[in-house]
Design a protein. Structure first.
Length: 76
């Protein structure tokens, strides 16, 4: 579930951003898959892991937002 949410978020980003951030997003998706698979075994650990992943996701979203701002300035 968590992995699918991130996958949807990343696929909605522009292709150029996806290509530049691919190693980062792949790592985050792998980690999210582990959270989905093992969260029931150790909820506290995986809740902390999920928060760490979300910190990185916010950075990716920030980069995406900045790219869109720069790109919109070029189009005007």
């Amino acid at each position: 579930m968590f992995k699918q949410e991130l996958q949807d978020l990343f696929t909605n980003m522009p292709q150029q951003v996806q290509e530049k951030l691919k190693p980062i997003t792949e790592n985050l998706l792998e980690r999210a898959g582990e959270v989905d698979a093992f969260a029931a075994d150790d909820p506290d650990y995986y809740e902390n892991e999920k928060e760490l992943i979300m910190k990185e996701v916010r950075k990716v979203k920030y980069i995406n937002d900045q790219w869109q701002i720069m790109n919109s300035g070029r189009n005007n």
